[in-house]
Design a protein around this ligand. Structure first.
Ligand code: NAP
Length: 486
């Protein structure tokens, strides 16, 4: 007789949606999603800045179980992606299974079950907890002297203030990562003037973003196999690209050549030199933008390379003494990529807290589990980002893996499961041995790096991750039964 697990998923973003649907499609319907915001969508709900798009092509950045024939662009805009996830979630009835505005503040494993508490004092319990709390979720705003004195509007890119119109205004953007580049490309020509404050130039690859024609969309609607073909072809491209990230060789050289040739699109040699990084392409995340070089070629867009000294009511003062007068200041300064599910207080077996387990740096097992935390799984957890691969594909294989363990629980193979410390130590040691060959460790600073300066990414091919997720090796885990011990 199979038993029916009660599952709590924390987070109703892309990966939480993926996990919930994977469970429902396999008959596990005693599940509740906790979402701290008033609607789902995760990063696509939080980021609403002008120019927002995904730099993974839409026909790959989608669920294989919910192909969308109607993507408008090769790289579709953020609101369209947000609407896609909302539609898929609705199709599977997820809103009715979600407690919105309910932030899980604590979860503790006691007597073989998880007890959860929310910020408004509600409690719940579950056989399994699955965290789907996102990676780039906590905005990072630097402290700059005088920033609070700025007289205009200022906000982080992930907290965009839509009450402020930017047309005809003087806008400053601090940060030259994927976000800053998208914002500057979108504002050029609309704002009166854009100052982009650059601490470090990033490599930009201008891949054109084409619109699908009506006939093209009709073809994708009429021939579902075409969607699968496009998905597989793009996956192949990203797997080719992943090899360039993880080992030196011709592929890496080829991308470097493309990046260097692209820079010739910047007309002014002085600006071209200022925008040429002194580290290898892809060491920081490679920026895909078709509009950035066009934007910086404009007279009303200026890349400010002098360091920021302080901020005063009228604008930003750089170390060369210049005052850059602004009406609006945007912090496109990135995220804390190492918080994961924190500040939630997680307490596993024998009172082990996540803060203690992760005192040095976040560490898990095979990207989905943590020693000492039985019946807890993580989606897009430590070492999950697989290069520039689609996180939708990573989440799908992780969700299928987690499902496999829950199925085994339902057939009474065990009551609780957690990875062995030794298996996790071996896994993390192997990652650390592989990382020096990756481009992320080739000598630049980025959000990929953990506190000890090593990149916290998957250092092998996406295929290796997929294969790992397709296996369930009991030897790596401690499986306990309530009646019989281990
Ligand atoms: P980011 O890549 O971490 O870039 C942050 C930028 O802010 C960097 O240029 C950094 O300079 C600058 N910065 C930080 N503190 C500063 C300070 N005190 N003074 C001056 N500059 C400062 O953040 P992001 O652009 O938000 O992108 C983060 C990630 O989100 C991306 O790598 C990508 O994975 C994802 N993303 C994806 C898309 C997409 O199209 N799919 C779009 C946006 C974001 P330094 O370089 O010198 O550190």
């Amino acid at each position: 007789m199979k038993r029916r697990p009660r599952v709590v998923i924390i987070g109703a973003g892309m990966s939480g949606i993926c996990m919930a649907i994977t469970l429902l499609r396999n008959g596990f319907d005693d599940l509740t999603i906790y979402e701290k915001a008033d609607r789902g969508g995760g990063t696509w709900r939080d980021n609403t800045y002008p120019g927002l798009a995904c730099d993974v092509p839409s026909r790959f950045y989608q669920f294989t179980f919910a192909p969308n024939p109607d993507w408008s662009h090769f790289f579709s805009p953020g609101p369209e992606i947000d609407a896609y996830f909302a539609r898929v979630a609705s199709e599977y009835g997820l809103p009715a299974r979600t407690r919105f505005g309910a932030e899980v503040t604590a979860a503790e494993f006691q007597d073989g079950r998880w007890s959860l508490t929310t910020a408004n004092g509600d409690t719940d319990s579950a056989d399994f907890v699955i965290t789907a709390t996102g990676l780039l979720h906590h905005p990072r705003t630097p402290h700059i002297t005088g920033m609070e004195s700025f007289a205009g509007a200022s906000f982080h890119s992930a907290r965009w203030d839509h009450a402020i119109t930017l047309s005809g205004k003087r806008v400053g953007v601090i940060g030259t990562g994927s976000t800053g580049v998208q914002i500057v490309s979108a504002l050029a020509g609309d704002a009166a003037h854009v100052d982009m404050f650059q601490r470090t130039p990033h490599w930009v690859l201008p891949i054109p973003n084409f619109r699908y024609s009506r006939a093209g969309s009709a073809l994708y609607r009429g021939l579902p196999g075409l969607n699968r073909l496009a998905y597989r072809s793009l996956r192949g491209v990203f797997e080719w690209f992943a090899v360039a990230l993880i080992e030196p060789g011709q592929r890496r050289d080829f991308i470097e050549t493309l990046c260097r040739i692209s820079l010739s699109r910047i007309r002014d040699p002085e600006l071209r030199s200022a925008l040429t990084p002194d580290f290898d392409p892809m060491c920081k995340r490679l920026i895909i933008s078709s509009g950035f070089f066009t934007a910086v070629n404009r007279d009303d867009v200026r890349v400010v390379t002098a360091a920021i000294d302080h901020i005063e009511p009228r604008g930003v003062v750089t170390t060369d003494g210049d005052l850059h007068e602004l009406d609006v200041l945007v912090y496109a300064t990135g995220f804390d990529a190492h918080a994961f599910m924190r500040p939630m207080k997680l307490t596993g077996r024998d009172g082990l807290t996540l803060d203690r387990a992760w005192a040095e740096t976040p560490r898990g097992f095979q990207t989905v589990a943590i020693p000492g935390f039985p019946n807890l799984f993580t989606l897009i957890g430590p070492h999950s980002p697989v290069g520039n691969y689609a996180l939708t594909a990573i989440a799908e294989s992780q969700a299928a893996h987690i499902l496999g363990w829950i199925q085994r629980w339902s057939t009474h193979e065990f009551d609780s499961i957690e990875p062995n410390q030794q298996a996790a130590d071996d896994f993390n040691a192997a990652i650390h041995r592989a990382l020096p060959g990756t481009v992320w460790a080739s000598g630049c600073d980025s959000w990929y790096l953990g506190p000890d300066g090593t990149p916290e990414l998957w250092p092998w091919t996406p295929d290796r991750h997929r294969t790992m997720m397709s296996r369930h090796d009991r030897a790596d885990y401690t499986l306990r039964r309530v009646d019989a011990g281990e």
